[in-house]
Structure formats: C-alpha cells, structure tokens
Write a new protein. Structure first.
Length: 146
C-alpha cells in the first residue's frame, strides 16, 4: 500500500512541476539553441530616410530630420520598418504624454502614429511659431483623412 502511495505522490509531483519546466526538444528548439532567442542588449537603430538619408523613420509613415518631419506617402521608405521582426530605437529625448514620443526635430515630438509641437523639444529659441502651427495643422489633416 505504501508503494502505491509513493508512486501516486511521485506522479503528482511530476504533473505539478512539468508545466514549470521550460525546455525544448530537438524538434521544437529554435535554430541556435534554446537561448538563441534572447533579445540583443541594444535595439537596432531605425532606418534612415529623408533628404540625403539624414533623417530617421519614427513610424511606418513618418520620417523626421533636423528641419522637421515628412508624413504620409512622401515617407514611403519608412514602410519597410513594418517588414522587420525586431523593434528599432528612435533617437531623441522622451516627450509627449507619458514619454511615449521622442524629440526628433527642433520643437517636434513624434511617436509612431503622429507628430506634435512640444516645448520640451525646443533646441533653438529662434524657431518660428508659424512653422510649428503649420505642422500641427498638417498632422490634424492627416489624422482626419485616415
């Protein structure tokens, strides 16, 4: 009787502990072994875009460079970001609501879906308020279109 209890106890322990074990078998291991899918310490840099390739893709349809951002079909080269399986890192100081955006140009904060004027991103005091207002209007027109 005690050997049956011991066998049931052993089976119960195996059944409880089995879901906690993260192993892979020959047929289910990723190429390179079970530790090969550990993410890199640094994300890759986002694609270059814009005039002379001096900008960076912020989203699939937003390209920003030092003078401002190109949004929509003119930023079509950034659509290739969607094809990548790994996320990229946008250069710039965090900005926007909850810091989800990045300062990508003077006075401009962008996230993956839109750009807006942001005082935290001001790098030169001589920027015209009219240019920033124009950017806001263009973004609103683009969002209303989609």
């Amino acid at each position: 009787m005690s050997s049956i209890k011991s066998s049931v106890f052993a089976i119960l322990i195996v059944v409880v502990l089995l879901p906690l074990v993260k192993g892979c078998f020959w047929t289910s291991c990723p190429i390179g072994g079970k530790r090969s899918n550990i993410p890199a310490t640094e994300p890759r840099q986002c694609m270059s875009c814009g005039p002379n390739g001096e900008g960076q893709c912020v989203g699939s349809n937003i390209c920003c460079h030092k003078d401002g951002c190109i949004i929509g079909t003119l930023a079509k080269e950034c659509n290739e970001e969607n094809e990548s399986t790994t996320a990229c890192s946008v250069k710039g100081v965090p900005c926007g609501t909850d810091g989800q955006g990045r300062c990508v140009a003077d006075g401009v904060c962008c996230d993956e879906s839109a750009c807006s004027s942001n005082a935290r991103c001001n790098t030169s005091g001589g920027r015209s308020k009219t240019l920033k207002d124009l950017l806001l209007i263009l973004n609103k027109m683009y969002r209303d279109k989609n």
